[in-house]
Design a protein around this ligand. Structure first.
Ligand code: ADP
Ligand code: MG
Length: 620
């Protein structure tokens, strides 16, 4: 529901701002909203136009910048000034992309191979974040033009396999474009939402989302449990998509017309025309059985059958990826209940046929495949705006939920006011060599020390195989379902040992009690911070004493008598301060112990390296 408010100062009517959903694609990007009157998601398009904005940016000579169809015209004629596929560079270093450097026709800097990549245009350098923000700015201003209101808040989608760096880069691009990015959501999740999957309470569904776009292919297997979307596996090929169909058609025609490669290389505008014509043929053949046209007075034609022969090997590659994804998720084709088709290239009838044959069921393909992701993002935006009151995601956790870590500190996994349902996981490890059990104590509250919070539950993870301290990987996950039930699971990832427990976090707490706990946390914030710092110093001191003692047991003969005495004194001093010292005193004592042990630790290290090198050839 869009709200109309009255601006008291001016007396004029003001429409409350919308939160938009944005699909920031490799090839095309677009914006959608949930229509305030119909409550249905719709894509935003200019009168008579299309919703898709090619994700292409062109830099003109006079410092002009164009985005979208305007920029796409320069792809082949001005390759060095025309940026496409910038999504592939998000959050990447040169080393990450160097194997595909020939794919990019513009200049990617290679002087610092570890840092995030930059693109060079003339004497200016742009980060992928800046370039993406230009696409987002264009989308924002289009949306404002169409909606006739300011657009400042958005939900943006990313591929399920994007890592934290890539998600952060996308967020930053939004910020740079003047958008408050309320949430980054996975493209397959958005596609499911667009089809209404995951919107019902108690619904459990296993879904495959098949996304064949312009240049990339992604298959994601999702498990939806009461509105929680869990990615079971992803697979795909970041260099496989509709563009490959186009190139195959160009090659085919080149052969038919006896056009040598060289001629295309020298005549860029001919190459461009052939490419565009090939895409036109492909699109035509999705609904017709023949295509005929001409390029520079030469006739080009293609039948549906000929096209399918060209496309089949690529589709076969995607099928191979689907099978791997199923295998990684530990599932077979029969376990998949829903298959959703996403991406413009899934309009090709052959693709639909081969994929429905593979999964042996009808596909969700009633919506425009190049719009579903944006539509789903709009659904999510609408939920965040609080318009969809029926939807579960609106519930929030009143207090933070976390576990006790060393020194009695509260480690928050789910911060207060998180939307539920939600799922969070974090890894922990053991403190002692051979430690076989771990106690997981679950707390609720805002204070830094668990003793000031409310204990909800406790359980032990036992049977961890003997390993040196720090080696086991214990993943603790918190899942709060739509009913506010918290399920805590602990799993040692190397051995697979696991244990879980169910708790009702809110049980027994009245609103007043919740309020009091919040007030307490504010009143004690400063003290809590101090205590946390002290406890952290104490914990660190304890660890250093343990490692130093271990070291002494193994390498005592390595130290001079004086060193041994100094070390033992420093340990005793630190031990005493753990009980009674201030944070600063403890830190100073840690430093002096480190000073004392440094020389012999270094000696030992040199010796170890010397031994390792002996008898080996050293390369220069
Ligand atoms: P991305 O997600 O990579 O940004 P899209 O989902 O917008 O890309 O898909 C773009 C691709 O879809 C292009 O290769 C385009 O040629 C192709 N495409 C669009 N419409 C059709 C159609 N009717 N038939 C076949 N391919 C199509
Ligand atoms: Mg896409």
């Amino acid at each position: 529901m869009s709200k109309i408010g009255i601006n008291i100062a001016t007396g004029s009517l003001q429409q409350e701002e919308m939160i938009v959903g944005i699909d920031l694609g490799t090839t095309n990007s677009l914006v959608a909203i949930v229509h305030p009157d119909t409550q249905k998601p719709v894509v935003l398009k200019e009168y008579n136009g299309t919703a898709l904005v090619p994700s292409v940016v062109h830099f003109g000579d006079a410092g002009s910048v164009s985005v979208g169809d305007e920029a796409k015209k320069f792809l082949i004629t001005e390759p060095q000034n025309t940026i496409f596929s910038v999504k592939r560079l998000m959050g990447k270093s040169y080393n990450d992309v160097k194997d595909h450097s020939s794919f990019f026709t513009y200049k990617i800097l290679d002087d610092d191979t570890e840092r995030l990549v930059k693109v060079q245009l003339g004497d200016r350098f742009y980060s992928p974040i800046e370039l993406s923000s230009l696409v987002l700015k264009e989308l924002k201003s289009r949306a404002e033009h169409i909606l006739k209101t300011a657009v400042n808040r958005a939900v943006i989608t990313v591929p399920a396999y994007f890592n934290d760096a890539q998600r952060q880069a996308t967020r930053d691009a939004g910020k740079l474009a003047g958008l408050d990015v309320l949430r980054i959501i996975n493209e397959p999740t958005a596609a499911s939402l667009a089809y209404g999957l995951g919107m019902k309470k108690d619904e459990v569904r296993t879904v495959a989302v098949y996304d064949l776009g312009g240049g990339t292919f992604d298959i994601s297997i999702l498990k939806i449990t009461s509105g929680i979307f869990e990615v079971l596996s992803t697979n795909g090929n970041t260099y496989l998509g509709g563009d490959d169909f186009d190139s195959a058609i160009v090659k085919y025609w080149q052969n038919e017309l006896s056009l040598p490669d060289e001629e295309l290389r020298n005549d860029k505008s001919l190459a461009q025309s052939l490419r565009l014509k090939a895409e036109e043929a492909k699109i035509c053949l999705s609904s017709h059985s023949n295509f005929e046209s001409s390029v520079r007075e030469r006739t080009v034609s293609l039948t549906k059958e000929e096209f399918e022969n060209l496309a089949r090997p690529f589709v076969n590659q995607t099928i191979y990826c689907c099978k791997s994804a199923l295998q990684d998720a530990g599932l077979t084709v029969k376990d998949i209940e829903e298959v959703i088709m996403v991406g413009g290239s899934t309009r090709v009838p052959l693709v639909k046929k081969m994929i429905s044959d593979l999964f042996q069921k009808p596909l969700h393909d009633s919506m425009n495949p190049d719009e579903v992701v944006a539509l789903g993002a709009a659904v999510q935006a609408d939920i965040l705006a609080g318009n969809n009151k029926d939807f579960l995601l609106l519930d929030i956790t009143p207090l933070s939920l976390g576990i006790e870590t060393m020194g009695g500190l509260m480690d928050v996994l789910i911060p207060r006011n998180s939307k539920i349902p939600t799922k969070v996981g974090r890894q922990y490890t053991t403190q002692k060599d051979g430690q076989s059990g771990m106690r997981i104590s679950v707390f609720q509250g805002e204070r830094d020390l668990v003793k000031d919070n409310r204990k909800l539950a406790e359980f032990s993870l036992n049977g961890i195989p003997a390993m040196p301290a720090g080696l086991p990987k214990v993943e603790v996950s918190f899942l709060v379902n739509a009913d506010g039930i918290l399920v805590v699971k602990a799993k040692e990832l190397r051995s697979g040992v696991e244990q879980s427990i169910e708790v009702k976090p809110q049980y027994g707490l009245t609103d007043e009690e919740v309020e009091k706990m919040l007030m307490d946390s504010i009143v004690h914030a400063k003290d809590d911070m101090k205590t946390r710092a002290l406890v952290e110093a104490q914990t660190e001191a304890g660890q250093i004493i343990r490692t130093t003692n271990n070291f002494l047991v193994k390498n005592r003969e390595f130290l001079s008598p004086q060193e041994l005495v100094n070390t033992n004194n420093a340990i005793a001093n630190l031990q005493k301060l753990i009980q009674s010292g201030t944070k600063d005193q403890i830190q100073t004592a840690i430093e002096s112990l480190n000073e004392i042990s440094k020389p012999y630790a270094e000696r030992l290290m040199d010796e170890a390296i010397g031994k390792a090198m002996k008898g080996k050839n050293v390369l220069e």
